[in-house]
Design a protein around this ligand. Structure first.
Ligand SMILES: Cc1cc2nc3c(=O)[nH]c(=O)nc-3n(C[C@H](O)[C@H](O)[C@H](O)COP(=O)(O)OP(=O)(O)OC[C@H]3O[C@@H](n4cnc5c(N)ncnc54)[C@H](O)[C@@H]3O)c2cc1C
Length: 349
């Protein structure tokens, strides 16, 4: 089997890689920068209809189990956050909102503001008490640094045990490897422990770590910090790619290609004035005047050349693909669904 080049190592690229590698394809993933997947809340707002069983298999993780269904969590601001798939300590299910919550923040640290959140929760009918714990951590250092030793955890458990309230609400700061500590805290203080559902912090990075680990386990090779700078398309197929990174420039033969480069925010697509453009100058891009929903034109998953012909061995997935119906908070489910369609298209080619 010839090599599949996946360009972009966010949710769409990693899920495609996992599917392809499990089916026996040799897969190389080339990725640069921080994918927007790592900035997300790490939760899916809706079920990815076309492939939800496969997506669940992909995200299965004993250390940070995912829960599904109609679920609600509390955002960093105390507002409700609805989602269908989330890490087990982020949301509650049909049993309903907690009656009373202790909101834990750390002195002088911006990770969570207990007074603000308690007030917002109060307006939703949830009895909330603020608890500010002492901390000497500068505001620009992530809380993870405070919790490297067991003593800090013991301290939080002791303080929380002294308070009233059934649920403890914490900032979301744990890495995937340390997620088990929330179970430990729950056992120690005899309360349900919930973390804030927060973008631009640990939750998205955890989801990315998990997806990378799963793609590597399945056999995909990930080349980090590299950029695919050009592609040649001949006779209706992508033939070669130039990959640059560090001091190296490599030309590789391409058996098949998954374009999963993300939106304009991560330079997956270029902007010429207000118009979206293909940085490779090879494929058709449509934006209908809406750059957030615009992207590569596809036909049943496969990319279309600038002259309008379907490219036989290239498919597109995720934010770089045009999705006229994509709604707010729909990015991750769309990344999974479009990756599934892309892989089916390539395997059927
Ligand atoms: C702050 C924030 C919060 C969000 N919250 C949610 C949420 O709660 N739920 C939800 O469903 N969605 C959310 N989204 C949207 C969601 O994160 C994205 O829609 C989704 O992650 C897109 O995945 P992707 O794989 O298509 O792209 P990305 O994750 O952006 O990955 C694309 C990667 O490809 C790289 N790349 C680009 N060009 C090249 C090249 N030539 N060579 C190599 N690599 C390249 C990019 O640098 C990037 O790293 C959020 C987005 C943001 C910014």
């Amino acid at each position: 089997m010839s090599e599949v080049l996946v360009v972009g190592s966010g949710a769409a690229g990693l899920f495609s890689s996992w599917l392809l590698a499990r089916d026996g394809w040799p897969v190389i993933v080339v990725g640069k920068g921080t994918p927007s997947s790592a900035m997300s809340t790490g939760c899916l707002r809706r079920m990815p209809e076309a492939c939800h069983e496969k997506a669940l298999n992909f995200l299965a993780d004993e250390g940070m189990p995912m829960v599904t269904g109609e679920r609600t969590g509390i955002s960093k601001l105390g507002t409700p956050f609805e989602c269908w798939l989330s890490p087990s300590h982020s949301t509650w299910g049909p049993e309903g909102a907690p009656g009373s919550v202790t909101v834990v923040g750390f002195q002088g640290h911006p990770s969570l503001h207990p007074n603000l959140i308690s007030s917002v929760l109060g307006h939703q009918g949830i009895r909330a008490r603020p608890l500010t714990l002492p901390s000497t951590l500068p505001p620009d250092i992530p809380l993870t640094a405070l919790f490297r030793d067991e003593g800090a955890w013991e301290g939080v458990a002791t303080e929380v045990q002294r308070t009233e309230g059934g649920t403890v609400h914490l900032p979301a700061f744990l890495s995937r490897r340390d997620y088990w500590r929330l179970d430990w805290l729950e056992r120690q203080c005899g309360r349900t422990v919930l973390e804030a559902v927060t973008p631009l912090e640990a939750p998205g990075q955890r989801l990315l770590d998990l997806m990378r680990a799963r793609a590597i386990e399945a056999g995909a090779s990930i080349w980090d910090g590299r950029t695919v700078t050009s592609l040649t398309v001949e006779n209706g197929s992508v033939r070669t790619a130039i990959v640059r990174g560090g001091l190296e420039v490599r030309e590789m033969e391409v058996g098949a290609l998954v374009m999963a480069t993300g939106g304009a925010l991560v330079n997956g697509l270029g902007l010429n004035g207000r118009e979206l453009v293909d940085p490779f100058n090879a494929f058709k891009v449509l934006d209908d005047g809406d750059v957030l929903r615009g992207g590569y034109a596809t036909k049943e998953g496969r990319l279309v050349s600038r002259s309008g012909n379907v490219v036989r061995n290239a498919a597109g997935a995720g934010d770089c693909v045009r999705a006229p119906c994509k709604g707010y908070g729909d990015g991750l489910p769309h990344a999974f669904e479009s990756a599934w369609t892309a892989v089916k298209a390539l395997e059927g080619a």
